[in-house]
Design a protein around this ligand. Structure first.
Ligand SMILES: Cc1cc2nc3c(=O)[nH]c(=O)nc-3n(C[C@H](O)[C@H](O)[C@H](O)COP(=O)(O)OP(=O)(O)OC[C@H]3O[C@@H](n4cnc5c(N)ncnc54)[C@H](O)[C@@H]3O)c2cc1C
Length: 275
């Protein structure tokens, strides 16, 4: 249909919406929505952890989110109380990819063998679908960053930090950032090569890897022991540092106690519990 007045040119198309950047916080007025997602790629970096890359059906880009946020996966699983029947359950997963990666959402998930959800997730293959909704969560680093940062993770608690650290470095944050990442054995390390590559490019970022039970202590090149025991060694300036902790309750509680012993006040300690 042309212009109503044939002498006038047709009206201009509407102005494009303002382009949102992850550093601005949530999209104003945005609500978590439900999507159908496709498993685009499934990788297995360690014996019991998989990286799931999901795309959203009907969308060419993934949803806007802030690094550190999570989504919920919704899926029918066998109902243990009613053999032969299925029931829908919901589990939360940190988005491991950075918001700057718009092609897929990555998740870094450990299989809990006796768990209700993850054994079903382990049956998923490339091309399968799953319902997701989000994003949710306030476990984020607010900009501008005016403190040094220490990130403390055990196991798949590393997930939000992979996205957060990439995003902070990409956005030009110059404050010192230390990552203390602990697993049991050498073979359990996640994103090791990737974090080392980031450290080679950004001198203000230092990743520290620690094993609680090294199988080959003679060749292990990193630290030993639990993450929280390394805090006095690697937090150089406790009064000017904010701490972010992610993982299971015992590690979080032990890390909070170590941070408090270093003089951290509660407003500078943030955590995300997985259990
Ligand atoms: C905000 C949020 C984000 C999360 N993000 C992740 C993530 O990125 N990756 C991830 O692997 N899990 C994550 N979790 C945990 C996840 O939601 C599930 O609890 C987990 O996958 C187990 O589900 P399940 O139904 O198989 O086990 P359930 O039947 O629910 O059994 C739960 C048991 O599994 C243990 N458990 C839960 N998570 C883990 C874990 N990661 N490692 C070891 N033991 C665990 C708990 O101690 C609990 O005893 C997150 C949880 C929350 C609340």
């Amino acid at each position: 249909m042309g212009s109503l007045n044939p002498k006038l040119p047709p009206p201009l198309p509407p102005a494009p919406p303002k382009i949102w950047t992850p550093r601005e916080g949530p999209v104003p007025g945005s609500k978590p929505l439900r999507y159908v997602a496709t498993f685009e790629e499934i990788l297995q970096p360690t014996p019991d952890v998989r990286l799931f890359r999901l795309t959203l059906d009907g969308y060419s880009r993934v949803i806007p989110f802030i690094a550190g946020q999570f989504i919920q996966m919704i899926c029918p699983v066998p109902d243990k109380a009613n053999p032969g029947k299925m029931k829908e359950i919901i589990r939360s997963y940190s988005i491991a990819s950075a918001p700057e990666e718009t092609n897929f959402l990555e998740f870094c998930i450990k299989v809990v063998l006796e768990g209700a959800f993850t054994p079903t997730l382990w049956e998923k293959r490339v091309g399968d679908k799953i319902d997701v909704r989000g994003p949710y969560g306030k476990f984020i680093v607010t900009q501008p960053v005016e403190h040094d940062l220490v990130f403390i993770a055990a196991g798949t608690g590393i997930a939000p930090f992979w996205g957060m650290i990439q995003s902070l470095l990409l956005s030009g944050v110059k404050r010192d950032m230390v990552l203390l990442f602990g697993v049991r054995y050498e073979a359990d390390l996640l994103y090791e090569k990737e974090f080392k590559e980031l450290a080679a490019r950004y001198p203000n970022f230092k990743p520290v890897f620690t094993l609680s039970r090294p199988l080959h202590p003679e060749t292990w090149w990193g630290e030993r022991g639990y993450v929280q025991t390394l805090l006095p060694k690697y937090v150089k300036n406790p009064a000017q540092t904010k701490a972010y902790i992610c993982g299971l309750t015992p590690m979080i509680d032990a890390s909070v106690a170590s941070l408090e012993a270093l003089g951290f006040t509660s407003d500078r300690i943030h955590y995300e519990r997985y259990d």
